[in-house]
Design a protein around this ligand. Structure first.
Ligand code: IPE
Ligand code: IPE
Ligand code: MG
Length: 259
């Protein structure tokens, strides 16, 4: 399927003229995968079944990125605040994550995608850390894309952690206050080396960032959808990309066609 097949009804004229070759494809897409619990609740199923179905959506979206040539995909899988959930849900989620890593490594190899992770990884159970490490090592030379899992991730924690590390380097004499630029600050974040997200998608009708990529999203475009994450399809992902490709990003400047 190409982007054009995913054309929403009533989409703008330019989109009809586009092909996936000349569409402006986002380099980096971030997704806040939300709504697994509500999906399960609607079906009288335990929450974990929603998470399990959500893992299938991840598989579909990774495939879609490969088809559309989206090079960086960052998935918000577990937030620092999600540690507040019940022990049972956390342990089921961690089990699912480990299983997902074992199962999906073949796809990452097939599409030549490198796995990366950001967050307070030391808080994860050791078996999850082990699985992450194995998959990251196995995919480290893949050069067609980067899949980043945000795990035990919170952007305020990330920013404070960066500030502490910068302060430590300053105290040790490795940095002067005037060396602290936006670029330097970015390089101390967990996401160092990743471009800022061009497009951030959030499912399940919530319209908030919930502590995801606060610094990095300063000029991101947003796509909010009522679809619950387990129902999020490849076609909808492609619609979001198509919508993005029609937007004008001005970064505070002016362009000829909007005055
Ligand atoms: C998103 O789904 C997955 C995680 C946050 C781990 P939720 O579990 O938040 O689902 P809802 O929001 O309760 O429906
Ligand atoms: C955000 O979803 C975190 C992830 C998708 C991992 P939540 O369900 O935790 O967010 P809130 O609590 O609705 O803001
Ligand atoms: Mg939620």
């Amino acid at each position: 399927m190409t982007v054009r097949d995913a054309q929403p009804e009533g989409a703008g004229k330019r989109a009809h003229e586009g092909t996936s070759d000349n569409l402006r494809i986002p380099r980096h897409v971030g997704i806040i995968m939300d709504g697994n619990g509500r999906w399960a609740h609607q079906r009288n199923l335990p929450r974990i079944e929603g998470h399990r179905a959500g893992a299938e959506s991840v598989r579909r979206v990774v495939e879609a990125c490969s088809e559309l040539n989206v090079k960086y995909l960052t998935l918000y899988a577990f937030s620092t605040e999600n540690w507040r959930r019940s022990k049972a849900e956390i342990s089921q989620l961690m089990g699912l994550l480990r299983h997902f890593l074992q199962e999906r490594v073949e796809d990452l190899e097939k599409y030549r995608i490198r796995l990366h992770a950001v967050g307070q990884l030391d808080r994860l159970p050791s078996r999850v850390r082990g699985a992450l490490k194995r998959v990251m090592e196995r995919t480290r030379d893949n050069d067609q894309g980067v899949l980043t899992l945000a795990l035990s991730y919170g952007s305020r924690n990330e920013i404070v952690t960066a500030a502490k590390r910068i302060a430590a380097d300053a105290v040790a004499g490795r940095l002067a206050p005037d060396d602290i630029t936006q670029e330097l600050f970015s390089s101390y974040l967990f996401t160092s080396g990743l471009p800022d997200p061009d497009l951030i998608i959030r499912t399940s009708a919530e319209q908030r960032l919930s502590n995801f990529l606060l610094w990095q999203a300063s000029y991101s475009e947003f796509w909010f959808t009522p679809t619950l994450w387990p129902d999020f399809s490849k076609a909808e992902f492609k619609r979001a990309v198509l919508d993005y490709s029609e937007r004008k990003r001005r970064y505070g400047g002016v362009t000829d066609d909007h005055v």
